[in-house]
Design a protein. Sequence first.
Length: 285
Amino acid sequence: MGLAINNTLFNIHTYIQTNKQTYKTMTLPNITNKQKEILKLTFQFRYLNRIQIQKFLHHKDKKTINLWLKDLTLKDYLVRIYDPETFGKNTLPAVYYLSQNGIRFLKTQESYDKKSLLKFYREKNRSETFIADSQLLAGICIDLKTRSIDGISFDYVTQSDYKRPDSIFHFLSEFKTRLFFSKQEKNKKNFYLLDIFDTTLPKYRIRKRVKDYVAFLSNYEWIEYFKSTPRILFICQTKELLIATKRFTKKFLVDPDSKNIHISFALEEEVKKQGVTAEIWEEIE
């Protein structure tokens, strides 16, 4: 009798473990594969507007995208940000970020770290600057995808990607660079670390970030991952901020260990207009 009960309990336990994934997803409303792709993109970039989502999906029909997004919002997979009352904002496309069911869905996927998903529960409290920067990074990546032609290819990894279980870029999760991307051209591959500096960021924090970048490249920890020294790209919101950042960056590059470190600067407005690969970057003289 006791053996029979034990066998029954074992079978129940085995059944539950085998169907664990099914139990997790059964409580979630049904969505299409394309909608699941939208959730994964939103994880990657944190905040995306409708136009960006449409470009990432290479989809021509705006109405279909809006239907998918409306459905995801109604089913609590996404939250929609749109201000129809404020002049200037009412002409901008709606912005989306992950909601409760979106986070729950990603938790059922093996390629996502459950612990790192916890921060997505705080997305509603993010600043307008953070939301704008997230969309700027998404725009940069869209631009890189369009320029992967004629023997030139670009790959990128976002902050959200660093902690994924299958990522080789875990070392960047502590460093918190906003974007890593590479450019492959014939037999040559270049690497880039990109960050954004806004006027809302105190100068001492910007100095600390610059110092951290120089230290990171000076100690050669990166050599295990990159064949050549990554170039650092700093996007500055204003001309005044760019000049100030260049000035104190120059002071960090006087050490002989930093002779192979290359740091470039560009205005945010120029990046938006011409793209990150354009001839808009200033060097330290």
